[in-house]
Ligand binder design. Sequence first.
Ligand code: ISL
Length: 578
Amino acid sequence: TPITPWWKDAVVYQIYPASFKDSNGDGLGDIPGIISKIDYLKDLGIDIVWISPMFDSPQVDMGYDISDYEAVYPPYGTVEDMETLIRACHERDMKVILDLVINHTSDQHRWFQESRSSRDNPKRDWYIWKPPRYAEDGTRMPPTNWRSYFSGGTWEWDEPTGEYYLHLFAKEQPDLNWENEDTRNAIYDSAMRFWLDKGVDGFRVDTVNMYSKGVEFLDAPIIDPEFYEQPAWLYYANGPRMHEFLREMNDKVLKHYDAVTVGELPHTPDPKKVLDYVGASDKQLSMVFQFDIVDIGQGVARKYQFQPWKLPLFKGIVAKWQQFIEGTDGWTTAFCENHDQGRSISRFASDAPEYRVLSAKMLAIMMTALTGTLFIYQGQEIGMINVPRTWPISEFRDIESVNFYHSIAAQTNNDAATLDYVMRSLQILGRDNARLPMQWDASAHAGFTDREAGAWMRVHDRYGEINVARQVGDPESTWSFWREMIRLRREHGEVLVHGAFEGFEMENEETFVFAKRGGGKTVVVMLNFTGEEQRVEMPYEGLELRVGNYGDVEGAEKSAVGRARVLRPWEGRLYMMM
Ligand code: ISL
């Protein structure tokens, strides 16, 4: 193995197929649409394209409910289209990774259809079936009190066979039984080898720490009897056979293809535990998405009960996951957006018209200066923002958000103030914020679709101002800024991608100052997270200002007095010493 595997320095771009580009006028994105934009991604400086699920699916959870791993959802295209896409990327020296959703399948998958057909079907044990419990008065009760991610319990009663099956997500997403070796082998064949043999370069592995459920199915402690959150994940995440399963997956499949993996690792705040997954010598996962950064602002009792937060929390999390690999053979990721999260500008900076572009560029400086493999989510490169505050719940499409809203409505008897707060929270944290159609130009429906009736989901009200066509040719645009920062990151990979991180004034609530060192180079990044001027200290001497989001690199240093610097609203600067 080379000292630096190919995927460490790579910049990855995530595509959400439904919302990227519609080529055939049905209002839904598709694979030919993606193919038509590969040169656009190449031009931006992308090395790896990650495609969220495009497999056949009834789309209860936007394709994270797969009914056939070896087929493509027909409105998106065909397996041949995927082969064309893989070839088109490889011809341009780009790689392709797919989503690997193997904690559960759709209830329409033929494995589950067989499994539920009778108790003695050979595939019965491929899913997690349990007999009921009975209360003292004889009422039938599910095997545990666990609550699912999408509201309601995790157990669905199956009347014909008289047992419950487990579903951590929707009831249409039954959990596979990883204890069964035949199940594991079928997953390796159908979900993995099938696509690796077609040239796919790796996987983003969905909910990678939930396959081993443990032997005992215990009730979760109830924190708040009236409402929602409960740590049932204590019993189903990071279970006893997790590492054994991942080693097996490597031995049997991944190592034969030099495939890269990035696992999604919710509920795992402990760096030691994360290292167990990403230590290179142990051959489990190449890297993971740890959740601290994207969990910021989520409610304690319920996810969509937004909790205001202060900058030191954010900085501490960045520092923690920058530093956790030091002195180890592990690796980390740099990301702050994906299809499950609000847009970073709206969440972490300001989407007010006067500050949106500054915020976008300020965050671009931060992200491209962080150690780890960099992930960009579609639209982040043009500074897309959250849904407008005025949109009602009827514009939302995500099963989690919609179910959440309706369950709170039912529990509170439609209490207006509570539902207002839910809407406010969804407009910050909701998954739909990231799922709006990509804004390609200022024409009808943002150039995403030709369909007269528009896209499957409403386009953002501000697409005339925020779109690709307006930005690509403009050297001052957010898009051009990202491209320049990606270029800089590549040129100085030893410090920007691989360097050691040091944070300063970590309790300061207005600014974020950090340094990176590596390959004999030092970088200092200064970021103002407020709409007012802020004073900061330059921690080292002899550095030169290289990038600023105000575009006046020559003039900006004139006001410097000794080590003191004054940052303008949402200003970001990157200094370097070589
Ligand atoms: O959603 C969460 C909490 O409310 C997360 O902890 C969740 O476990 C994680 O985001 C899993 O997400 C992935 O799997 C889901 C799918 O809906 C998401 O889109 C996907 O990213 C089920 O497959």
